[in-house]
Design a protein around this ligand. Structure first.
Ligand code: IMP
Ligand code: MG
Length: 191
């Protein structure tokens, strides 16, 4: 990429970025705390099943899981909102990929990047609950309380944030900005 003109959209490299809403350092510290909290909550479990919601949770899940001391395994599930939230059917959630192994009788912790309206989480909890896990918990890095349309219980929360579009640390805008190491508000002119 030597000599390439940095583009304001499409690539993170060389971009002039907005100041971070949550810094790398603040994320690292909070992920440490969350891992300790989860270790305490699941002390004594034979096997905690971490179910990461793709794609957004992959960075958070990787950092969180590597800090856990309780025995755990990783599963992924992928969902998308119809019309990618652009339509009036934004509450309709579609399952794109299911977990590989049965979760019946297991301690399951759903790991999300962000809870916005709560529709995705409501859908996932209903689906997973039907499979009769021994327990079903929720860990999310971010929550936008001002946007809640469906009440959901979050057992382990990283940060509450205002009603702004955020990117980085797994979160995207039209598949861009996912691998920024921090979380930033995306100003409208970057969309
Ligand atoms: P909900 O169903 O409205 O709670 O939406 C949750 C999903 O919307 C998240 O898992 C994200 O994929 C996406 N989302 C909501 N807000 C943001 C944001 O600010 N940045 C990036 N993705 C977001
Ligand atoms: Mg998500």
């Amino acid at each position: 990429m030597i000599g390439a003109t940095p583009r304001r959209t499409g690539s993170v490299v060389g971009m002039e970025l907005p100041p971070s809403l949550v810094s790398e350092q603040a994320i690292a510290q909070r992920v440490d705390e969350l891992a300790a909290e989860i270790d305490r909550a699941y002390a004594g479990t034979d096997m905690l099943v971490l179910v990461g919601v793709l794609k957004g949770s992959f960075v958070f899940l990787a950092d969180l899981a590597r800090r856990l001391t309780v025995p755990h395994r990783i599963e992924f599930i992928a969902v998308s909102s119809y019309g990618d939230r652009a339509s009036e059917h934004a509450e309709a959630v579609r399952l794109l990929m299911d977990v590989r192994h049965d979760i019946g009788g297991q301690d399951v912790l759903l790991v999300e990047d962000i809870v916005d309206t709560g529709h995705t989480l409501t859908y996932l909890l209903r689906m997973l609950e039907a499979r009769r896990p021994a327990s079903l918990g929720v860990c999310t890095l971010l929550h936008k309380p001002d946007r809640t349309e469906r009440e959901v219980t979050i057992d382990h929360l990283g940060f509450s944030i205002p009603d702004v579009w955020v990117v980085g640390y797994g979160l995207d805008y039209a598949e861009r900005y996912r691998t920024l190491p921090y979380i930033a508000e995306l100003p409208p002119e970057y969309r």
